[in-house]
Design a protein around this ligand. Sequence first.
Ligand SMILES: [Zn+2]
Length: 110
Amino acid sequence: MKTCKYCKEEFDSKQKVNRCGGYVNVCEDCHWDRPDPDANTPTIRGFVTGSGKMAAIQILAFESTDDADAYGKAWNNNSGWNNRRSGGLNDVSFVKIGENIGNSNHKGKM
Ligand SMILES: [Zn+2]
């Protein structure tokens, strides 16, 4: 049990952090009232793959830095663009917020 630094209520810090992240000394109510700057802000990462003609950039928003790191690890374990859906990437939750796929090699049609 911890005492919230805002409302002085006791709360289960472990459960709170598991559920919504943030600081261990801020209760869940106060957490949502005044969000921690570090908590539950999406981690934005850009991943570049391929080279030359087929270079592509994916910009992804992750639920946490841990997810972003897990994705980056899985990404690095895969050999390239065509393998992006294998090797555990689907185990990581993320939202794709942007994509820029090089298309100079498509000869007029996608
Ligand atoms: Zn509180």
